[in-house]
Design a protein around this ligand. Structure first.
Ligand code: HEM
Ligand SMILES: [Cu+2]
Length: 546
């Protein structure tokens, strides 16, 4: 990609500060995109572990019918918190804020993002939102119990701290918008000479498309949320039918954001998948332009399908089938990606290392998630399955099997670059397998239970579900156990792992041309780009040890 070798500064970004401080202050006040990415990593990983632990507790409650370890109200609070944390604090910001921050500037040959200070501000806004979520748990009124969707009228009537939690979500949205603006500007203004649009790595394309959704869709949910707060505080009738409002309007406004939000979650993951597949197949991606364009197509069509969440809320038959049809159309660009990835692997010389194995997990789990989405997108089946465990299974396969899996894939792919250390590959391979087993045990029975009529968001169930619920709970132990195991060996690798070379996998995008960990400002001289993004003939001139 770049001309021959790139001259580089010697000291890593860990050793050089962007400000006059050292120690912790040099981190808290840093404007370096890589340090900010790592601060996001620490914060987001923390919330993910909290969310996973809450999931574990819910599964423990569901181990036996009737009360196991908690009552109904506690369960309501836990599934709400679990949803809010996983959605707003983990999966939406996850990949862009961590890996986008760290790698987007490097992959386009820039020294930093366009607005480094704004970048730091976004981080603090995120932290403020997260703290407010936590504060809302402890104030009088009690923790929220509405579900992460905050549906009206319950969310204007419950006495729990919904207003504060919604305000927190508003703040988190602001952080997301600012990050989006930063990335769009960075991609437009800071590409290295020769880095034309179609020479950008696909992770950059994906993050770029995501950034646009963040900018365009997030304000809608921000306004919606503020309206609910106003309604709760001043009793203005906007959504609550008792005050003359329209609860369906809330659902429209909520899903006009929240459906595109699922693409905020998945597109960056698809970008990472393209990077990993090319690197481990030593082969340029099959269908670069279709993959890049399908990201934009998904981002666009994704705006038009929101009401598939509302088939049973009441809408005309014509509206229902149009939304159903449009939902099937979004599956097309996703299919384009899957087929192009598979075509890349075909005749590639596959080197099945740990990050590639995570991608295999992704393709399998995400395909089940996507295909079960079509079952829910069909009117006839959705009416039967809506609000059952089928939905819970579907979105965990998509969000966790998709984006969550790639969070781990990206972690294992870029860990040596970010920290300059290598982890234990044997442990890592075992984790891929136990993750797969635990995941399917945990969530697959939910498809069957949903089909049998097990409703979502209940702490109790009929005895006929007992066996499937048990399998699911045992799966949660294997899965969450694996997650803590991964956290453990990665932390160990940070301290004691062997040093990683600048290019342990044989990648050719720009981050593999610079040392691990990268120096401050990434490049001593901005490179001039002459190669196509996945031109593996460069590997001969690059440092690459197997
Ligand atoms: C780490 C292991 C996880 C476990 C054990 C787990 C388990 C559960 C359980 C038992 C429910 C409640 C089902 C119900 O009663 O309706 C649930 C709901 C949910 N989960 Fe997870 N989950 C995990 C990870 C995740 C991840 C990674 C995400 C997001 C990417 C996620 C997002 C959600 C959402 C949005 C809900 C819906 C909450 C609601 O209905 O309001 N979960 N999960
Ligand atoms: Cu949707």
């Amino acid at each position: 990609m770049a001309n021959g070798t790139i001259a580089i500064a010697e000291k890593s970004f860990y050793e050089v500060s962007t400000n006059e401080h050292s120690g912790i202050l040099s981190w808290l006040l840093t404007t370096d995109h890589k340090r900010i990415g790592i601060m996001y990593l620490v914060t987001i990983a923390f919330f993910f572990l909290v969310g996973a632990t809450i999931g574990l507790l819910m599964r423990l409650e569901l181990l036996t019918p009737g009360r196991t370890i908690m009552g109904a109200q506690t369960y309501n609070t836990l599934f709400t918190l679990h949803g809010v944390i996983m959605i707003f604090l983990f999966i939406i910001p996850g990949l862009p804020a961590i890996f986008g921050n760290f790698f987007l500037p490097i992959q386009i040959g820039a020294r930093d993002v366009a607005f480094p200070r704004l970048n730091l501000l976004s981080y603090y806004i995120y932290v403020t939102g997260a703290i407010l979520v936590l504060v809302s748990l402890f104030l009088p009124g009690g923790p929220i119990d509405t579900g992460w969707t905050f549906y009206i009228p319950y969310s204007v009537r419950t006495g729990t701290n919904v207003s504060l939690a919604l305000f927190a979500a508003f703040i988190l949205g602001l952080s997301s918008i600012l990050t989006g603006i930063n990335f769009v500007t960075t991609v437009h203004r800071l590409r290295a000479p020769g880095m034309s649009w179609f020479k950008m790595p696909l992770f950059v394309w994906a993050t770029y498309a995501t950034a646009w959704i963040q900018i365009i869709a997030t304000p809608v949910v921000g306004i919606t949320i503020l309206l609910v707060v106003i309604e709760r505080t001043f009793g203005v009738g906007i959504f609550d039918p008792a005050l003359g409002g329209d609860p369906i309007l809330y659902q429209h406004m909520f899903w006009i954001y929240s459906h595109p939000a699922v693409y905020i979650m998945i597109l960056p993951a698809m970008g990472v998948v393209s990077e990993i597949i090319t690197t481990f197949c030593r082969r340029t991606i099959f269908g670069y332009v279709p993959i890049a364009m399908s990201s934009l197509a998904i981002a666009f069509v994704g705006y038009l399908v929101w009401a598939h969440h509302m088939f049973v809320s009441g809408m005309s038959d014509t509206a229902a089938w149009i939304f159903s049809l449009l939902t099937f159309i979004v599956a097309l660009p996703s299919g384009v990606k899957i087929f192009n990835w598979v075509a890349t692997m075909y005749k590639g010389s596959i080197d099945p290392q740990v990050p590639f194995l995570w991608v295999m997990n992704f393709i399998f789990l995400f395909s089940i998630g996507g295909l079960s989405g079509l079952v829910l997108g069909s009117l006839a089946t959705d009416v039967h399955l809506t609000d059952t465990y089928f939905v819970v299974a579907h979105f965990h396969y998509v969000m966790f099997g998709g984006t969550g899996t790639i969070f781990f894939g990206a972690m294992h792919y870029w860990f040596p670059k970010m920290f300059g250390k290598m982890y234990n590959k044997k442990f890592a391979t075992i984790s891929v397998i136990t993750f797969f087993i635990g995941f399917n045990m945990l969530y697959f029975p939910k498809f069957i239970m949903g089909y049998m009529g097990m409703p979502r968001r209940y702490y109790d169930y009929l005895p006929k579900f007992a066996h499937l619920q048990e399998i699911s709970t045992i799966g949660s132990w294997i899965l969450v156990g694996t997650i803590f195991f991964i956290t453990g060996y990665l932390l160990y690798a940070l301290k004691k792992g062997p040093k990683a070379s600048s290019n342990p996998w044989g990648g050719v995008t720009l981050e593999w041309h610079i040392p691990s960990p990268p120096p401050m400002e990434n490049f001593k001289e901005i490179p001039t780009i002459t190669h196509e993004p996945y031109d593996f003939s460069q590997l001969k001139e690059m440092e690459y040890d197997k």
